[in-house]
Design a protein around this ligand. Structure first.
Ligand code: SF4
Length: 80
């Protein structure tokens, strides 16, 4: 099954929660800095909060979030 890499340029997040509203299985808000992060189960390691490897069934919602992000800082691409 194909997997996809998703990452967020967190420094530029404006905390409007659009990604969380569209795809809560992949994105959540960090309670400390109030910016978006990847849900922990998808992270390559727990401290890499802006990165994830997601299964194919979550690709569509992650891409919808990427398209809707007002500052275009979410990226989705096939994983190696
Ligand atoms: S949609 Fe973009 S700007 Fe908004 S919370 Fe998500 S990553 Fe941040």
């Amino acid at each position: 099954m194909a997997k996809y890499r998703v990452w967020i340029d967190r420094d530029q997040c404006i905390s409007d929660m659009v990604c969380v509203a569209l795809c809560p299985d992949v994105f959540e808000m960090n309670p400390e800095d109030n910016k978006s992060q990847i849900v922990e189960r998808w992270r390559p390691s727990p401290d890499k909060i802006g990165e994830g490897i997601i299964p194919e069934e979550l690709k569509d919602c992650a891409e919808k979030a990427a398209e809707a992000c007002p500052v275009s800082i979410i990226h989705v691409e096939p994983a190696e």
